[in-house]
Design a protein around this ligand. Structure first.
Ligand SMILES: Nc1nc2c(ncn2[C@@H]2O[C@H](COP(=O)(O)OP(=O)(O)OP(=O)(O)O)[C@@H](O)[C@H]2O)c(=O)[nH]1
Ligand SMILES: [Mg+2]
Ligand SMILES: [Zn+2]
Length: 266
């Protein structure tokens, strides 16, 4: 039996003491019942970067979490339709939420995923508004926030440590420092999952091991958006290169820590 102090995730104040019985079956410890959600936050005060979103998506899928794309700072966006279209085109079918953390517009939609039993995390570059989103969800200014640099909208790395907050109404939400740069280290499946249209067309390639780089009878080149295919190729190469290196980059470290945190709480 283990005892853990957990912040409540059912919207009530205070802590609860969770007495957890380890249940073993023939395959080892019983499977987790907590759900992991990753809010991949971008700021619309800058051009949306589809290549960065693809990386975040691979990272999320690698961690086993359910990804939700959050396009924050909707109030600063000139062409919301175009931004949403750009996000959808790289979202691989995962949900896209448009938000304004300052006035709360769209933030309510995030509660859809913040329910008892869910551990969620905010992930994104510095200055995209992760802590502001958290404060709005909490209804109090718990985390400090700071203005971005005017000329390029970059953040100031205001949040410096990870902290998990119970959200009124349910769920635990992790606020954390902005990622400086992430490297995919991913398993094959995560890159494939972030680019479903590649696999969809690849079944029609003449050669089973087609790399979609000009081989005859390739069904992917021409059918898949060129920039997407280039990104798929780049991420796949990075994955292959990293697979033989030590996996201690920021990204993989982060995933391990998130998983550890998650494991502790189930
Ligand atoms: N106009 C507008 N500004 C926003 C919005 N959300 C956040 N901001 C502002 O953006 C700046 C950065 O917000 P933070 O919440 O500190 O960003 P962060 O992602 O937590 O940044 P780090 O902690 O450095 O990783 C602050 O000045 C916020 O007030 C929004 O929806 N609209
Ligand atoms: Mg912050
Ligand atoms: Zn091919």
């Amino acid at each position: 039996m283990d005892a853990l102090e957990l912040p409540r995730d059912d919207g009530q104040d205070g802590c609860r003491r969770l007495i957890r019985a380890r249940v073993y079956n023939f395959d080892g410890p019983a499977q987790a019942c907590r759900k992991l959600t990753l809010f991949l936050v971008s700021g619309l005060d800058n051009d949306l970067n589809p290549r960065r979103i693809e990386r975040y998506l691979v990272l999320a899928l690698e961690s086993g979490a359910e990804p939700v794309l959050v396009l924050n700072k909707a109030d600063l966006c000139q062409d919301l339709g175009a931004a949403i279209g750009a996000a959808r085109s790289v979202a691989a079918g995962h949900p896209v939420v448009v938000a304004n953390a300052l006035d709360g517009t769209g933030v309510e939609a995030m509660r859809e995923w913040l329910r008892p039993g869910v551990t969620a995390s905010l992930l994104g570059s510095s200055g995209v508004g992760k802590s502001t989103l958290l404060n709005t969800l909490l209804g109090v200014e718990r985390q400090p926030t700071a203005g971005v640099r005017e000329h390029d909208s970059r953040g100031r790395h205001t949040t410096t440590h990870r902290e998990l907050f119970p959200i009124p109404g349910g769920g635990l939400l992790l606020d954390q420092p902005g990622l400086r740069e992430i490297q995919p280290w991913a398993e094959a499946a995560s890159v494939e999952a972030a680019f479903p249209e590649v696999a969809e067309h690849a079944v029609n390639c003449r050669f089973r091991d087609c790399r979609h780089q000009g081989e005859p009878g390739c069904a992917v080149v021409g059918a898949v958006d060129e920039a997407r295919l280039a990104s798929y190729d780049k991420l796949s190469r990075e994955r292959d290169a990293l697979a033989i290196k030590r996996r201690d980059r920021q990204g993989s470290l982060w995933v391990r820590q998130f998983q550890k945190l998650h494991d502790k709480r189930r």
